[in-house]
Design a protein around this ligand. Structure first.
Ligand code: 5GP
Ligand code: ZN
Length: 108
């Protein structure tokens, strides 16, 4: 039994617009975007939050995925956000990195 929403998205049991996937991570469009581009990058392995033990190692990899997505999609500038705990605006307890950006620009 697994009720975690993002685990369900990872297992393709819940639909999502996936924009990136590799053996350890999935990135998909946020259902209620707060910017023209708003992706959520999540580890396939369930980790609750940045407060979880050893989350720093995963966070580092999430940032690498963000950089890869930006490069692939020609997104020159973006914001990366971790919400931590209810007081910090985290409502899905599966570690995720918010990737927010304006419209993609044409790279030279
Ligand atoms: P949090 O507030 O936990 O940091 O971010 C959770 C994010 O997940 C929110 O921005 C919210 O819009 C997004 N979200 C919630 N439910 C779904 C869903 O079913 N599908 C997708 N793609 N995003 C979701
Ligand atoms: Zn999960």
């Amino acid at each position: 039994m697994n009720e975690c929403l993002f685990c369900k998205i990872v297992k393709k049991e819940q639909p999502a617009k996936i924009v990136y996937e590799d053996d350890k991570f999935v990135a998909f469009k946020d259902i209620k975007p707060k910017a023209p581009i708003h992706f959520l990058i999540v580890p396939k392995k369930h980790i609750a939050s940045i407060e979880s033990e050893k989350s720093e190692e995963v966070a580092k990899e999430l940032i690498s995925v963000a950089k890869k997505i930006a490069k692939e999609k020609g997104i020159a500038g973006y914001k990366l956000v971790f919400n931590v705990g209810r007081e910090g605006g985290q409502f899905v307890d599966h570690l995720h990195l918010h990737f927010l950006a304006g419209k993609p620009v044409q790279l030279p």
